[in-house]
Design a protein around this ligand. Structure first.
Ligand SMILES: NC(=O)C1=CN([C@@H]2O[C@H](COP(=O)(O)OP(=O)(O)OC[C@H]3O[C@@H](n4cnc5c(N)ncnc54)[C@H](OP(=O)(O)O)[C@@H]3O)[C@@H](O)[C@H]2O)C=CC1
Ligand SMILES: O=C1O[C@H](COP(=O)(O)O)[C@@H](O)[C@H](O)[C@H]1O
Length: 466
């Protein structure tokens, strides 16, 4: 067991989709790894009345379906600390939660930390924050907000102003789970720990950056949420911008969490507002036939955009970003495309030299290089080399496991800041106004609208070459 302080972890929306697919499996994963505090309680909250025993049954089902099935021994150690407080949690009526928190804190000791994890729809962020103030449950605690934390610059400011009347910034953890991925964390490890990488990490060596996250997934099981959100809000201004910031950031002053966060978040203010002429929005054929989607919906299920980062390091290097649903392939690939070296020893510029990161799963680092072809002649040939990060050592962590562990120990390096999010929404703002491009339809199982092909450089979208 770790030496973290005793903890009461309150999970709002504990029977919801995110809780079952991500948060509860991650929490159990931490338990199984011995990374939870020696003494802890997880208190689920919701509007219904659920007996503690029924909540435990729910958690067991969830782990069986989405996580690791506990052994009998693990379950006997884990289950008794799962509790449920029903009756919702509002400013005017806190339901059973305030009493149960008091009871568990009394049991765990006066120094027990209290963590509020808001796995509720964004519309419930403000009312839950107000309820925390009203029931005096904010002081000295930590609070975790899911994404999206605001859907525009204005709504971000409005929510953040409220949050800051209740919490100090140091108490606030805003999740973007792409930052918790093993391979994303390796972007700065590889860069800053290796001179041969750090020295080429700029416009003099790199001609293009691609962040390509095509998905084969449908949206039918979350139609209402998706139709009100769309790909550009769900993925572009959030995950893809954060990954772009990981690439674009200047070296931090130190590798302390606050300096890492500051370096990543401050480069976002150098993102030039998107030019709608450099953005393609798409919608897959058949989207409007999905149950719960209006016949005339103009929601984007696909977005491709060219982003410029106006720093000396990246001036004139396009960052091309793409994501969409029901596409031909699924991947989460960050690629740095290098300039063709001068002189004759390369593939005549026909093949890119690439350093890439596969962000999904345990993560992979890929290199595409030109070498001499075996044989008598001195001719170039291309090779791919793949480094699977789970072969480096055992113990790779899913993003939610990693991020919840960071919340427990108070490490904010992989969480977003309201300054960074405000800069992201400023760069994104042209897509929220009258200049927003119309959505173009694309066939399911394709790579999306052909119009997006003009956004990349001379090699096109790299994933389409595979
Ligand atoms: N699902 C996913 O894959 C992902 C979700 N997220 C984010 O996580 C958060 C939760 O998403 P998800 O679990 O899908 O959402 P759900 O719609 O499943 O809602 C979660 C739970 O919140 C409670 N709830 C619903 N409406 C309200 C309300 N108005 N006030 C208070 N409680 C409410 C419900 O519990 P009860 O009825 O018991 O009160 C519900 O089960 C959202 O912010 C979402 O954007 C982020 C990444 C991925
Ligand atoms: O936040 C989201 O992320 C998922 C992709 O995440 P991952 O778990 O596959 O890395 C995306 O499908 C979803 O639309 C979005 O809300």
């Amino acid at each position: 067991m770790s030496d973290l302080p005793a903890t009461v972890f309150v999970l709002y929306g504990a029977t919801g989709d995110l809780a079952k697919r991500m948060v509860l499996p991650a929490f159990f994963d931490l338990y199984a790894r011995g990374l939870l505090p020696r003494r802890w309680k997880l208190v689920g909250n919701g509007r219904g009345d659920v007996a503690h025993e029924d909540f435990r049954g729910h958690v067991h089902d969830v782990l069986t379906e989405f996580g690791t099935v506990p052994t009998d021994e693990q379950w006997a150690g884990f289950a008794p600390d799962l509790l449920f407080a029903g009756g919702g949690f509002r400013a005017e009526d806190g339901g059973q939660l305030p009493d149960l928190i008091e009871q568990t804190r009394a049991e765990l000791g006066a120094d027990a930390q209290l963590i509020h994890y808001l796995a509720v729809p964004p519309s419930a962020f403000a009312p839950t924050t107000e309820a925390l103030r009203e029931h005096d449950l904010a002081k000295g605690t930590k609070v975790v907000f899911e994404k999206p934390y605001g859907t525009s610059l204005e709504s971000l400011h409005e929510l953040d102003a409220l949050v800051h009347t209740v919490f100090d910034e140091e108490q606030v953890f805003r999740i973007d789970h792409f930052l918790g991925k093993e391979a994303t964390q390796n972007v700065h490890m590889l860069r800053f720990a290796n001179t041969m990488v750090s020295r080429v990490w700029d416009r003099s060596s790199i001609e293009e950056v691609q962040i390509d996250v095509p998905e084969t997934l449908d949206i039918a099981d979350r139609a209402a949420f998706y139709d009100a959100t769309g790909a550009s809000l769900d993925m572009l201004v959030t995950h893809l911008f954060q990954v772009a910031a990981e690439v674009a950031m200047e070296p931090p002053t130190s590798f302390a969490p606050e300096d890492m966060q500051l370096a990543r978040e401050s480069v976002i203010s150098a993102f030039r507002p998107l030019d709608p002429a450099d953005v393609v929005l798409g919608q897959f054929d058949g989207y409007r036939q999905t149950e719960g989607i209006a016949d005339d919906s103009s929601t984007d299920t696909y977005v491709a955009a060219k982003l410029w980062v106006d720093t000396d390091r990246w001036r004139d290097v396009p960052f091309v970003l793409r994501t969409g649903k029901r596409l031909q392939g699924g991947a989460q690939r960050l690629s740095l495309l290098f300039r063709t070296p001068e002189g004759p020893l390369h593939s005549a510029g026909k093949v890119p030299e690439v350093l890439a990161f596969d962000l999904e799963g345990s993560g992979r680092i890929l290199m595409e290089l030109t070498v001499k072809a075996p044989g008598p002649d001195f001719v170039p040939s291309e090779v791919d080399h793949v480094l699977r990060l789970d072969q480096v050592a055992d113990g790779s962590m899913a993003p939610y496991t990693s991020l919840i562990y960071d919340v427990l120990r108070g490490d904010r390096s992989l969480f977003t800041s309201s300054i960074g999010l405000a800069a992201a929404f400023t760069a994104f703002a042209p897509l929220l106004g009258p200049e927003r491009p119309d959505v173009v339809s694309y066939p399911e199982g394709s790579w999306g609208p052909a119009a997006a092909d003009r956004l990349t450089g001379r090699f096109g979208w790299l994933l389409a070459r595979e």
